[in-house]
Design a protein around this ligand. Structure first.
Ligand code: UDX
Length: 438
């Protein structure tokens, strides 16, 4: 099939390359000239394991092209896949301007039967509005007849950063929302060759499934984070508790890692959007309100832990390991790590930070007073305390006896319980995890 993917962020680029690998001919479009130029040269503008190799493989086989000009690739395209960003506005609503801008452009250049499919996470009802927008544009330029042949599909993406390709090629389910059998069938053929249960359903169901999935996972995280607070108070260990409850298949082991809370480009935005969607429809989704509140509280709680132990952090040298919102990515959007570093800095701490992949992205965003160290060990040199903020495997691999010598005060606050099983107190460290004594 001939498909056009609009938007080359995590979702768009991974999907475009994934569909190319499945045997389709793909054109990726983005307004960002520099990004398209880099992709054209085989360079991926963000860190995602395996993506660069797949990009080069698909380019060599001539299965993918990159352009800023939608018109140049619209001819003969069967599916236009919208994968542009839907960031939150200052009021926590979903900013759909990019989606409708693209819908406008598609309407202007579309002169043949095609499906407009939306992968961006959008509030319920958006797919229908996008279809209306495309059709209106077509009618305005005299293509009323063809406009009736345009269909819309909702194909939410469930990939997570750091293992995006793995998730694309081994999905748990493929959700296809559409209004008729033919569209379900075409979208089904687009995904031929992929495992995973097919859910062919309505547009509204598909839109809501995506929000429900993210909101449920975020709820698990906030639940375990509150349990961690209780565990600390009663002298229990949250990791043992999480492991034990996770063995029950009705609960499951994933998303039960206690820590400084969830971040990233999806959970914070999608949980808030669903909360708002409920409100706009006259329903107060109390549980989600609490999920958001607990998530914000985790950061305050972690900061209080540090201050309780150190007294004031003013003038204290604190090493921070991690900037990304989780290990395996250089993405710092809504990163709890970044927020905690900024707040420590605002309270007068002298911060030295290290992250294996996210330093370049964080540079312009953090205060000039913050030192970016070349290694994790360098960041900890002379530190009064070390805070672990992102779960990078690399942090487990340092020599802790050397670390002990380099730090002035062998105090570790582990916001991810990454080092909890390493028996660091035996090496002379004072270790504080989240809901665990390590
Ligand atoms: C998420 C969803 O997993 C994915 O299906 C969707 O398509 C996009 O949003 P992603 O944002 O890449 O993916 O990250 P994810 O691995 O889900 O983690 C989200 C946040 O939750 C991270 O900050 C992570 O550190 C945190 N988290 C995750 C926990 O605090 N505890 C856990 O047990 C799991």
């Amino acid at each position: 099939m001939n498909i056009v993917v609009i938007g080359t962020g995590y979702v768009g680029l991974v999907s475009g390359l994934g569909y190319a690998k499945l045997g389709h001919r793909v054109a990726c479009v983005d307004v960002d000239v520099a990004k398209i130029a880099a992709l054209d040269l085989g360079e991926v503008p963000f860190y995602e394991p395996g993506l660069r190799d797949l990009l080069r493989e698909m380019q060599e086989q001539g299965r993918i092209v990159f352009t800023t000009d939608l018109y140049s690739v619209a001819d003969g395209a069967e599916i236009f896949l919208i994968a542009v960003g839907t960031p939150p506005t200052a009021f926590g609503e979903v900013d759909l301007r990019a989606v409708f801008h693209v819908a406008d452009d598609i309407g202007k250049c579309l002169d043949h039967e095609a499906i407009v499919a939306i992968k961006s996470t959008v509030p319920v009802g958006t797919n229908r509005k996008v279809l209306d927008c495309v059709r209106e544009k077509m009618i305005a330029i005299g293509r009323e007849n063809v406009s009736r042949c345009i269909q819309v599909a909702s194909v939410p993406e469930f990939l997570s950063e750091g293992k995006a390709l793995e998730d694309f090629f081994a999905p748990h389910r493929i959700v296809i929302g559409a209004e008729n059998y033919t569209t379900h069938d075409v979208m089904g053929r687009l995904h031929a060759g992929l495992p995973g249960t097919r859910i062919c359903t309505t547009l509204e169901n598909a839109e809501l499934i995506k929000y429900a999935a993210n909101a449920f996972l975020a709820t698990k995280i906030s639940f375990i984070n509150e349990m961690a607070c209780i565990a600390e108070r009663v002298g229990a260990d949250i990791q043992t508790v999480a492991h034990a409850i996770g063995l029950d298949p009705r609960i499951g082991p994933s998303f039960l890692k206690a820590g400084i809370g969830y971040g990233g480009s999806c959970f914070p935005k999608d949980v808030s959007a669903l909360h708002q969607l409920a409100g706009l429809n006259g329903y107060d989704f109390k549980l989600l309100g609490a999920v958001i509140e607990v998530n914000n509280h985790q950061r305050d709680w972690f900061l209080r832990k540090i201050e309780n132990r150190l007294g004031s952090v003013r003038g204290r040298k604190i090493a921070a390991w991690g900037l990304a919102f989780k290990g395996g990515t250089d993405d710092i959007r809504e990163s709890a790590a970044l927020d905690i570093i900024q707040r420590l800095c605002a309270r007068g701490a002298e911060i030295s930070v290290y992250d294996p992949f996210a330093m370049t992205r964080a540079h312009g965003l953090l205060s000039d007073d913050i030192v970016f160290a070349p290694t994790a060990m360098d960041a900890a040199e002379g530190a009064d305390a070390l805070v672990v903020l992102t779960d990078w495997q690399e942090f487990r691999d340092v020599s802790f006896s050397t670390l002990r010598e380099r730090m002035v005060n062998p105090l570790i606050f582990d916001g991810r319980n990454l080092l909890a099983d390493m028996h660091l107190s035996g090496l002379g460290f004072q270790y504080e995890g989240v809901g665990t004594s390590g």
